[in-house]
Design a protein around this ligand. Structure first.
Ligand SMILES: Cc1cc2nc3c(=O)[nH]c(=O)nc-3n(C[C@H](O)[C@H](O)[C@H](O)COP(=O)(O)O)c2cc1C
Length: 335
């Protein structure tokens, strides 16, 4: 049921609707500002079960763009704390997605980092093959950002290993052609992610949920398909609490999309890992969202673009299910 509670560690979700991370490109110097307070506050008033704040860079060059959020300075962390305090006031728990964009970064920094020196396409810079020191620095940056996220009061943390960003770049043979222990088998390609998970867990409180977002298909014969991602996620399932399932982004290919197009991936990964999963991809129609959960395809539905057009969508969906979101006292009389 869409409007059923769920608890993961000390994360209490009032319903199964998750706002997935969506970059808004409104930050300067990586800092949250009035836009983020209002944007996320509006969605919090809509009462989803969880909001995952957009991809946030763990280093300056790890941001996707110059306008992305960052969490690598004390000042960014302080501003993030007042943001979390304010938005959480409306009752919805908040997660943050930590990211390093690797070869897909478009920031002004001249050096881009990647497992191998292969550019994404002609519009991107050719990245530097990461040395062991580069790897150690970025692993440590993830840990430091996790520490800041905990201090800011986030309820959960998501690592971005999807959409062709750095963690995904190590997982996929399309972008990882290293000749050291970080490549060879899928287990070797998991090494960087395992190091990041271990480092993050040294700073992120054990009682708080840790989410991992992956792409379940590289959409290329030489990349990983669902079977490879099932094996990889089985190998690390005990390290995470919720698996957030997306697809694509490893290479510039646009898959055919339609309502529920990623549900098959969510179901397959749910079965392989026995973890609670989040599915995304045009799931905003009540009947489809409800079906996705009742049929066991997924535990949570992510509503992304539909929440941008209507940040109060969960209230409308609750009405369709014949329920009121009782915590919405300011609106209940009118509704
Ligand atoms: C404007 C925009 C920004 C996005 N930014 C991110 C992001 O920061 N991190 C991420 O994992 N996915 C990102 N996504 C993907 C969404 O989280 C989601 O998976 C996708 O929009 C499909 O869900 P929907 O059909 O409900 O929109 C973004 C999508 C959009 C439309």
């Amino acid at each position: 049921m869409l409007f059923e509670k769920y608890q993961v560690k000390n994360l209490d979700l009032q319903n199964r609707i998750v706002v997935p991370p969506m970059c808004t490109y409104q930050a300067q110097s990586g800092e949250v500002n009035q836009f983020h307070h209002t944007h996320y506050g509006a969605m919090a008033l809509g009462q989803p079960g969880l909001i995952i704040v957009e991809a946030t860079g763990v280093t300056p060059e790890g941001r996707i763009s110059e306008q992305d959020l960052g969490l690598y300075t004390e000042y960014q962390a302080e501003k993030m704390k007042s943001f979390v305090d304010e938005v959480r006031h409306f009752g919805t728990p908040l997660a943050i997605q930590l990211n390093h964009a690797g070869r897909k970064s478009t920031t002004n920094d001249p050096t881009k980092y990647a497992p191998s020196s292969i550019r994404f396409d002609e519009s991107f810079r050719t990245p530097k093959t990461m040395t062991k020191d580069d790897i150690a620095r970025i692993v440590e940056a993830f840990a430091q950002s996790a520490k800041y996220a905990a201090a800011a009061g986030f309820d959960a943390l998501e690592l971005h290993a999807a959409h062709g960003y750095l963690l995904h770049q190590f997982l996929s043979p399309l972008s990882n052609q290293r000749e050291d222990e970080y490549n060879g088998t899928y287990r070797a390609r998991l090494k960087f992610l395992r190091e990041v998970l271990a480092a993050v867990k040294s700073e992120w409180p054990a009682e708080k949920a840790l989410l991992l977002r992956i792409s379940a298909d590289d959409y290329h014969a030489d990349g990983n398909g669902l079977a490879e991602y099932q094996e990889m996620m089985k190998a690390i399932a005990k390290e995470i609490d919720i698996l957030d399932v997306s697809s694509g982004g490893a290479i510039p290919i646009q898959p055919h999309v339609y309502p529920g197009y990623q549900l098959k991936y969510a179901k397959a990964l749910r079965e392989a890992t026995q973890l609670p999963v989040i599915a995304a991809g045009l799931l905003q129609e009540y009947d489809l969202a409800q079906f996705a959960i009742e049929s066991g395809h997924t535990d949570f539905v992510a509503l992304g673009r539909s929440m941008l057009t209507n940040p109060h969508l969960p209230i409308a969906l609750a009405r369709q299910s014949g329920q009121r979101l009782l915590q919405m006292k300011p609106y209940n009389k009118g509704i």
